[in-house]
Design a protein around this ligand. Structure first.
Ligand SMILES: C[S@@+](CC[C@H](N)C(=O)[O-])C[C@H]1O[C@@H](n2cnc3c(N)ncnc32)[C@H](O)[C@@H]1O
Length: 646
């Protein structure tokens, strides 16, 4: 039996006694988790607990008093949310469907929307596939508008594009791997017409199985663990709505609520924990996030529960970055939305534990060894980024400064797991590791060594050119970036300047091409000089190096510069051409010079006579002559082309 709407109790009692009393009245399937939740809130007083909703009853703690006073009272059913146009007409409904390369599933969802007993006023399909694969067939009686946003893994971005281009009072977000049952849209719409509701989700079934995959989410503030409410059940509870912490895949939000919270947070939660974040922000407005028993959706995507398998799947389907986001968002979410002891319990103990268990789960998952290892790397990369971010937030809060991070530290101040230890333990571990390296010969790998392909004075020239072009807004190109050492160095300078220019790196990541070598052979050089140079590089290693150094403005492209389409780049502010041989330098100069911003600078490395890379010098001299440009070779090596300001 669910709690009656007319039930009214006020009591002074210990929280566990309260739990026992509640247990007799609450719907059995929902009861244990809910009561645990109340008691945590009441005993520790860590948050102003407002726990709706069993039927029409609520439970609140009395925040102002230290005693465990609670009351259960009848909620007056509020008036319906008025339609946006202020008339008595029913609220209009938009359905927003983010999609990525699943045309058949998308079509099934659209058909199910047409078969419902409330056909949405608008359907907005937001295609995140840059290849624009979503072109659904028209369905009579359903108004579908397709937007090719091409935002890749940014699910939040797609959802924002969708609701912002819709005009209806209520926005229902549904992922493309679901279909709706006939009552779903109308039931969610009715729930959202109630003033106190900020988000309403359906009961989501696991495909055609007849069992529930997710009837809402319970998230422990202490451990960060989440559980699907009603998961695996096949009978519905008596309560018509109940509270949820989060809602995956499908949910409705009134437009005015979306406007008030500013929509989804694309920057911090592009794909994971985006819904959790939205739910939390809605509740901070004092609104409820609920599940509606009579709204049913069927989910045909993955319904597994193992975090290791989820991580491996995300890596296989969405790449390393998507999986990294899964771990990173977890830390971010708890840093932003938790507080007090639960925050430190979740962030300090349970999230690292989750990372370890998930990594073990990844190793045991069903996928290639390479994918499983990539998933493990993604977990640790995401966690490390999350904790670094958290430490930065803490230290900014602590010292009130907002300086660009400059490394002035040794291993004793290491990040990651060592960094989490107290200072004396870090010092001991750092000393032990360094002496081990010193005595074992590992110092060759571990101790600092100068590892740039530029001399300090050339690096200094590059830094000056970045400073000189600082007022320009166009991108910086580095053609030939190898392992990214110079890239990191220059990006630290950009950070220091608070310069937000885009930085694009291009490389074959596999050394010189045969055609480029052939030109050098034709110029009298020996092929063997070039055949095996710069072959021990990979794009993903380069990307990892950027992530390890917290460089997030760089995008890397694997391509032969001779065949590369430069047309997307205009007003280039600075271009470093470091591809050594004549043919690729020639092509780079031809393509980039025409796309330079007034005041921009081109730098060509290796412009000096030598036996190996004189091709760069030849190309630079030839180009300067052809375009009547002054020969300006600085530091005996770097050819400079300064584009006039006008
Ligand atoms: C000297 S390294 C670049 C060094 C890097 N700028 C630095 O400072 O660390 C030259 C790079 O040019 C790349 N390269 C050579 N020919 C290329 C081509 N045709 N297209 C793209 N990259 C090329 C090589 O793979 C190599 O990584």
């Amino acid at each position: 039996m669910a709690i009656s709407a007319d039930f009214l109790v006020a009591m002074d009692t210990r929280s566990w006694e309260l739990a026992g009393i509640l247990a007799r009245f609450v719907e059995p399937k929902l009861c244990p988790r809910r009561i645990l939740c109340f008691t945590m809130g009441l005993r520790l007083r860590s948050r102003g607990t407002t726990r709706p909703a069993f039927g029409t009853a609520s439970v609140r703690s009395d925040k102002k008093r230290r005693s465990s006073t609670c009351s259960i009272w009848r909620r007056d059913i509020p008036p319906a949310r008025p339609a946006r146009n202020g008339s008595d007409a029913r609220a209009t409904i938009a359905v927003i469907i983010p999609t990525f390369e699943r045309p058949e599933m998308l079509q099934n969802l659209l058909v199910s929307l047409r078969c419902g007993n409330r056909i949405p006023d608008e359907v907005i399909v937001v295609d995140n596939d840059p290849k624009e694969s979503a072109n659904p067939a028209a369905i009579d009686g359903l108004s579908v508008h397709v937007i090719h946003a091409g935002l890749g893994i940014s699910l939040s971005g797609a959802r924002n594009v969708g609701w912002r281009s819709a005009d209806s009072d209520i926005c229902i977000f549904i992922d493309d791997d679901n279909v709706v049952e006939p009552d779903a849209v109308s039931q969610l719409g009715i729930a959202c017409e109630r003033r106190e509701v900020g988000l309403a989700g359906p009961v989501v079934f696991a495909g055609d199985s007849g069992t529930v995959w997710c009837g809402g989410i319970y998230r422990s503030v202490w451990t960060g663990q989440t559980r699907c409410i009603l998961g695996g059940e096949s009978t519905m509870p008596a309560a018509s709505t109940w509270y949820t912490d989060d809602m995956p895949d499908a949910f409705a939000i009134p437009r005015e609520v979306l406007e008030e919270i500013g929509g989804f947070d694309e920057a911090q939660f592009p794909i994971h924990y985006d819904e959790a974040d939205v739910n939390a922000r809605i509740r901070k407005l004092g609104l409820e996030t609920i599940v509606v028993r009579d709204a049913h959706v069927r989910h045909y995507g993955w319904v597994g529960l193992s975090p290791g398998s989820a991580m491996v799947r995300a890596t296989a389907n969405g790449g390393l970055e998507r999986a990294r986001q899964m771990a990173l968002s977890r830390v971010r979410f708890h840093m932003i939305h938790s507080s007090g002891p639960p925050k430190w319990s979740a962030v300090g103990i349970f999230l690292p534990l989750w990372a370890v268990l998930t990594s073990i789960g990844c190793v045991g998952a069903d996928a290639s060894w390479r994918t499983r290892m990539a998933a493990v790397r993604a977990v640790s990369a995401g966690m490390i980024s999350g904790y670094r971010e958290a430490l930065r937030v803490q230290s900014k809060q602590g010292n009130g400064q907002d300086m660009v991070e400059v490394k002035e530290k040794d291993w004793a101040e290491s990040d990651g797991l060592i960094g989490a230890l107290v200072p004396p333990a870090r010092m001991v571990i750092a000393n032990a590791l360094k002496s081990l390296a010193f005595h074992s010969g590992l110092h060759r790998l571990i101790f600092y060594r100068y590892d740039y392909m530029f001399r300090p004075r050339e690096l200094s020239l590059l830094v000056s050119c970045i400073t000189e072009t600082c007022g320009l807004t166009g991108p910086i190109l580095e053609i030939g970036c190898a392992a990214g050492h110079t890239t990191v160095y220059l990006n630290k300078h950009l950070d220091d300047l608070e310069d937000s220019r885009e930085y694009v790196c291009l490389d074959t990541f596999a050394g010189f091409t045969n055609d480029d070598i052939a030109v050098e052979v034709g110029r009298g050089h020996d092929r063997s000089r070039y055949s095996y140079l710069f072959r021990a590089y990979r794009k993903e290693w380069f990307d990892q190096t950027m992530a390890n150094n917290h460089v997030d403005r760089v995008s890397s492209i694997q391509a032969d510069v001779n065949a590369f389409d430069f047309s997307p780049y205009e007003n280039v502010s600075l271009c470093l051409i470091d591809v050594d041989l004549m043919r690729p330098v020639e092509r780079s100069l031809q393509e980039v010079f025409a796309r330079m911003a007034p005041g921009g600078i081109i730098l060509v490395d290796d412009c000096r006579p030598n036996l190996k890379y004189d091709g760069a010098l030849a190309a630079y001299l030839e180009f300067a002559e052809e375009h009547d440009l002054p020969i300006d070779i600085r530091e005996e090596k770097v050819g400079v082309i300064q584009v006039p300001n006008t």
